[in-house]
Design a protein around this ligand. Structure first.
Ligand code: LYS
Length: 578
């Protein structure tokens, strides 16, 4: 597309493929369409399509959002969104290493002897689990008392496998897919049901009782992993991604470099990204030779534009899909149509991250190092903050950065009334209401010996600053979790609540009683007669990971856009899912 569209009016713009959403699934799809090979089919899409990406926010990356080059924090990166991947996630891994050539770092989980677990008022270390005589404050059966939550998760999954006549041991995603929809349950109220018809909470309750459920939900760090989602999806998910000695990786310079790298490749290949452009609606078009007309709103000045395309990729999560006007040929305005039901097959999972930067003071060490000799990794608690991650010190060691809270599901509600006034994506900073809230409530960045207030204020408009009351609640909990009296006030903060529009959650989970394999394939092209496609993390089988987004996008490109496998950088036999 001509670059001249980038600024100013996009009225009348035409593009073969319009992608809505500049998160990783949209950017990946755009780049692949411009750089990949198409099979020889009589499809119009075989001839060098023009591709444009639209995003309603003023940045790219979607739910990847790194804090980098922050004044006073040289050499330390903070993550408000996605922050890691795993080596067996092959698209992420090969893209990062072979295509984008980014530097991969270990994502530190810390020392089990130092990092803290604080549950029901009891403070201990991860290494205490399983020690003889160790007991938690949970009223558990002897069989489970004192055990590591991972051990309990594993026992639950193994029990199901064994009773179904399968071996325990490691399984890859393809092997899981072959068995997970035929596994069935054998006792209690869900007896005789296949696993996909059983909620994971229901299943855990039957296995380890209510108190066992409370324990593994609290100690497992994520409420999202134990909500009543689809058990057939939950089992491989827990075994592969969280339980045991999982090795996480991250990217030097910030996790959203994946989005930036893809955007750069996409632009170099001739694609254009249009920011602050929201898709309002779409329809069939008879004004020119393009199949569809899209109605786009500029989120900055509210102007509306009509643009034209032949294929539409909705690279967005559930909530964003639901924000599109539904009076069109696809959504049909009705609630009971198959597409609407399938859109509702996933649960948007609220999630919240709060970062705090501290002045290391005279000894030039983060407080967690000087007080508790913690170097890196995370601590877990049942307090509403749930998890904190010690991101580390700046190069000059003047300051350090803490992910002071990473929490999901019901605890996100704890932080809600402490947030900035809710005025949507681009809150109107000049309104009287907003100003009043800011004056009364805001946490104003503080100058330190190494960074001025002006420097901090300059960047603070790019990130939401935590209001004072939120900071105070957070410090209160950090003190309780760590058993430390004195934690300094942070000199600056940033937070993100991913439950807000248009995300509807930090990640998603499949509901029970849906045939996930069928819904996944359905979403990639809901109407076989139309070139409208849905892709992204939400309707993937690796929800909450960029790999989920990539696998769905790649599957869509090969199946629906007649693209060849990207053999130059990805193993041909890599399993993309159902
Ligand atoms: N991938 C996310 C993380 O590494 C977790 C998502 C959990 C979703 N249930 O923290």
């Amino acid at each position: 597309m001509p670059k001249s569209y980038k600024q100013g009016s996009i009225q009348g713009l035409t593009t073969d493929v319009a992608i809505v959403g500049a998160g990783v699934s949209g950017l990946y799809s755009g780049w692949r369409l411009l750089s990949g090979y198409f099979k020889e089919t009589p499809d119009y899409r075989t001839s060098n399509p023009s591709v444009s990406i639209f995003d309603m926010s003023n940045r790219i990356g979607g739910r990847l959002f790194s804090i980098k080059n922050y004044p006073g924090l040289d050499g330390v990166v903070g993550e408000l969104g996605g922050m890691r991947f795993m080596e067996h996630q092959k698209i992420a891994n090969s893209l990062i290493n072979k295509v984008l050539k980014l530097t991969v770092l270990d994502f530190p989980m810390g020392d089990k002897n130092k990092n803290l677990i604080y549950l029901r008022g009891q403070r201990f270390h991860e290494s205490d689990y399983g020690k003889s005589g160790f007991k938690t404050n949970y009223n558990l059966d002897n069989k489970w008392q004192g055990k590591h939550p991972d051990e309990i998760f594993t026992a639950i999954v193994n029990d199901v496998l064994i009773k179904n006549g399968y071996s325990t041991g490691a399984r890859n995603r393809k092997e899981w897919d072959e068995i997970k929809s035929i596994l069935s349950y054998y006792q209690g109220p869900d007896k005789g049901q296949t696993l996909e018809n059983i909620g994971f909470w229901n299943l855990i309750n039957d296995q380890v009782g209510n108190e066992g459920y409370n324990f593994i939900s609290d100690a497992g760090a994520y409420f999202s992993n134990t909500i009543n989602w689809n058990s057939a999806e939950a089992m491989p998910y827990m075994m592969g991604d969280f339980v045991g000695d999982v090795k996480y990786k991250t990217i030097e310079g910030g996790f959203d470099m994946i989005a930036e790298g893809l955007a750069k490749l996409f632009s170099e290949a001739g694609g254009t990204i249009y920011n602050s452009k929201q898709l309002l609606n779409f329809s069939h078009n008879d004004l020119n030779s393009f199949k569809y007309k899209l109605l786009i709103r500029d989120t900055k000045d509210n102007d509306e534009y009509e643009i034209y395309c032949n294929s539409l990729i909705l690279a967005m999560p559930r909530r964003a899909l639901e924000l599109i006007n539904d009076h069109n040929f696809l959504f049909k305005g009705g609630e009971d149509i198959e597409l609407k039901k399938n859109i509702r097959s996933v649960i948007g999972e609220p999630s919240f991250k709060l970062l705090m930067a501290f002045d290391n003071g005279k000894n030039r060490l983060p407080w967690w190092k000087s007080e508790l000799d913690i170097d890196e990794g995370r601590s877990i608690t049942d307090l509403p903050m749930r998890q904190c991650y010690y991101f580390g010190a700046a190069k000059d060691r003047n300051a350090s950065l803490l992910l002071a809270s990473y929490n999901d599901m019901r605890t996100v509600d704890f932080w809600k009334p402490l947030e900035l006034p809710d005025q949507g994506m681009s809150y109107k900073k000049n309104s009287v209401h907003f100003k009043k809230m800011i004056d009364n409530n805001s946490f104003v960045p503080k100058a330190t010996s190494f960074v001025t207030k002006e420097e901090l204020e300059k960047v603070s408009k790019f990130y939401k600053q935590a209001p004072k009351r939120m900071v105070d609640h957070s410090l209160f909990q950090l003190k309780e979790l760590h058993g430390v009296e004195n934690i300094p006030d942070p000199f600056t903060t940033m937070y993100e609540n991913w439950s807000d529009d248009p995300y509807g959650g930090g990640y998603h989970a499949w509901k029970a009683r849906y045939d996930v394999g069928s819904v996944m394939s359905y979403m990639r092209r809901p109407m076989k007669t139309e070139n409208v496609h849905i892709c992204g993390e939400a309707y993937s089988d690796q929800q909450g990971w960029i790999e989920g987004a990539f696998c769905v996008a790649e599957r869509m490109l090969q199946q629906e856009f007649a693209m060849c496998k990207p053999s130059e950088w990805l193993d041909d036999d890599y399993y993309l899912g159902r």
